[in-house]
Design a protein around this ligand. Structure first.
Ligand code: GTP
Length: 616
């Protein structure tokens, strides 16, 4: 509220009860910052009250109180230590902005937030477009749609206009990556399955991710316009994964759609609302400072750092000081999915925010701070805490070795496993055998994902998000993926014999796991040329990718992440014409693998040795 005040200057006024917290030693500028006023106006007001001061001069408590009373603010002086403590509490907010702790009367219904997931080419993007077009066709949308990472549509449901928010980066990578960072944005997942193709590996992966996050699923059986489409087969196939269609007595809504022809999209939206109403209590308090999650962020040439944030509770307004991850700033403008300016954003509303100091990461939480200075301090503290946390994280996650201790201490009651193997037969056999283990009453052993092929970043993200251990059966995590797992402290255990895997997990559950040796990777090299010589055996012309390759060590050969041979001898090593004992990263060399001859270009030769494991 602006009001002409003493001396004809205009200052935003409080109502006499508005509390303003001021740190001891603060200046007029600091106060001006908090009430969004021009420091020079405050100097003028103070002058008319008979006090002379410059904007940067610090004032005593009495002077602040006089000034506060004049302007309608209740001034509370705090020590720097108190302020520090409060700051810490406010940046250390719960990542899950649940409705616990909120007064029931303050809660209002909020729209569901939906993510579309499914196998490649099953029509995720097309479906997101069709949903958007439905709105345009109904003449409700204004302007051209822009990609900001999410959009909201409106739909009439039982006589009431309801909104639904869609995250429009399709795929579960985004979903899982955000969840791995502790952010839960999705209320409902639409699982797209093409009726002419059926349930595919990524369909299963997507549903595993949603189920692991306890997110209800609505199935969109897509491409029903295609000849030979068989929607009832999809229903049948998904029953195996605990998604039983309502019409078969289950709880999951299946809707047959054609994203291409825009057919039945309305029914799909209806199913989303019905599922939300039946399974979830989606409410939020909009009458408080906003908080939420950054779902996408960019550095724009003209506009600087922009971030699309999803409000989870409260109301975000232009002019609010905010912190998003370790970025901070004042909301200069907010844009919706049509590029229109928005002055206020309520829970579940995605808006693109302009005015941040730097680009936050997807999944970062944002909060409104009392003023710019506090926002900056919170951002700095978060950055420091982030650094600390990434140091501590590696030790925090679950490992098979300390599982029993964690179980005994009541820290965990579930062992989540992700199985990856070279062929589906071995994965199934391993899964069957694992599920036979007698785990007793206290522990729940869950296999949250399984699949064929190398261990992917997505597997590691899911392990992070669900605190799972990854079992690699004749497959490995390579290169960057292995590094991420290592850095994030995700345990990956490699086996090539099923009973050994079962044995170790059984023992870990009983607290008897005493691994004495561990495998230490020495280096890896990639094959670029193959020379076959009857005299010297096979020579693999290779480049050392990491560590070093040493003569006389043992190697494993992998092809696209799948193990093709173990225990191969590095029989000889040459650089140009010289025999050498070792070759370091970045150098080329000829590796003699003796009589072993199943080699292909691009194969990875990884050398390792067994070392005694230091006791924790
Ligand atoms: N006939 C028919 N074709 C469809 C339908 N929906 C999508 N398609 C087509 O299927 C192909 C893949 O659709 P996308 O929307 O790109 O699939 P996606 O799941 O987003 O694919 P990725 O982003 O690659 O994972 C495109 O050629 C679409 O035109 C449909 O309902 N009917």
């Amino acid at each position: 509220m602006q009001a002409p005040s003493i001396g004809g200057v205009s200052v935003p006024r409080g109502d006499g009860k508005t509390i303003v917290q001021i740190r001891q030693g603060a200046s007029i500028s600091d106060f001006a910052d908090k009430i969004n006023a021009n420091p020079a106006s405050l100097v003028t007001v103070l002058f008319h009250l008979g006090e002379m001061a410059t904007a940067t001069q610090s004032l005593d408590e009495d002077t602040f109180k006089v000034l506060g009373t004049e302007l309608g603010y209740d001034i509370r002086m705090v020590s720097p230590e108190e302020e520090e403590r409060e700051l810490f509490d406010s940046f250390n907010i719960d990542l899950e902005t649940g409705i616990e702790g909120e007064d029931d009367d303050d809660l209002e219904a909020r729209p569901p937030v939906v993510t579309v997931m499914g196998h490649v080419d099953h029509g995720k993007t097309r479906l997101l477009d069709a949903i958007r077009n439905e709105e345009v066709a109904a003449g409700e949308a204004g302007g051209i749609t822009q990609h900001i990472g999410a959009y909201q549509i409106h739909k009439e449901h039982e006589g009431v206009e309801r909104a639904i928010t869609f995250i429009d980066t399709p795929g579960h990578e985004a979903f899982t990556a955000m969840r791995a960072r502790g952010a839960k944005v999705t209320d409902i997942a639409i699982l797209v399955v093409a009726a002419d193709d059926g349930v595919m590996p990524q369909t299963i992966e997507a549903l595993n991710h949603a189920q692991a996050a306890d997110v209800p699923i609505v199935v969109a059986v897509n491409k029903i316009d295609v000849e030979g489409a068989n929607p009832s087969k999809i229903r049948q196939q998904l029953t195996e994964y605990n998604l039983v269609a309502e019409e078969y007595g289950g709880e999951t809504m299946f809707v047959d759609v054609s994203a291409k022809q825009g057919e039945n999209i309305d029914a799909l939206l209806e199913a989303v609302l019905l599922t939300a109403d039946a399974a979830l209590d989606l409410r939020a308090n909009s009458d408080r400072d906003a908080r939420g999650i950054a779902i996408e962020a960019n550095l724009d040439k003209g506009r600087g750092a922009t971030a699309t944030v999803l409000i989870q509770s409260g109301t975000l307004r232009v002019g609010d000081a905010i912190v998003a991850g370790s970025a901070h700033g004042r909301v200069r403008a907010m844009l919706d999915e049509h590029g229109n300016q928005v002055a206020e954003a309520y829970p579940s509303r995605p808006v693109q925010v302009l005015g941040l100091s730097s680009v936050p990461r997807a999944g970062d939480t944002f909060v409104v701070a009392p003023d710019d200075r506090t926002a900056r301090q919170i951002a700095e503290k978060r950055e420091a805490a982030d650094r600390q946390a990434s140091l501590a994280k590696a030790r925090k996650r679950i490992s098979l070795e300390d599982l029993n201790e964690a179980l005994a201490a009541g820290k965990v009651d579930t062992l989540n496993l992700i199985l990856k193997g070279d062929v589906s037969g071995s994965v199934e056999a391993l899964e069957d055998a694992l599920l036979q283990i007698d785990v007793g009453d206290e522990v729940d052993l869950r296999i949250i994902d399984r699949g064929v092929g190398a261990i992917t970043l997505n597997n590691i993200n899911l392990a992070m998000a669900s605190d799972a251990i990854i079992i690699g059966f004749n497959v490995r995590a390579e290169g960057q993926n292995a590094e991420v797992a290592e850095r994030e402290g995700v345990e990956i255990r490699y086996y090539s014999v099923i009973y050994q895997a079962i044995d170790e997990i059984e023992q870990a559950l009983k607290g008897m796991l005493k691994p004495e040796f561990e495998e230490v990777e020495l280096g890896s090299a990639q094959i670029r040329e193959i020379f076959r010589s009857s005299k010297f055996g096979n020579i693999a012309g290779s480049i050392v990718r990491s560590g070093e390759i040493r003569r006389g060590t043992k190697a494993r050969i992998t092809r696209n992440g799948v193990v093709v041979a173990e225990n191969v001898d590095i029989a000889g090593l040459r650089r140009f014409k010289d025999d050498v004992t070792e070759v370091r990263e970045g150098f080329e060399c000829g590796i003699n693998l003796g009589s072993y001859n199943d080699l292909q270009l691009e194969d990875l030769i990884t050398t390792y040795e067994m070392r005694e494991k230091p006791r924790a």
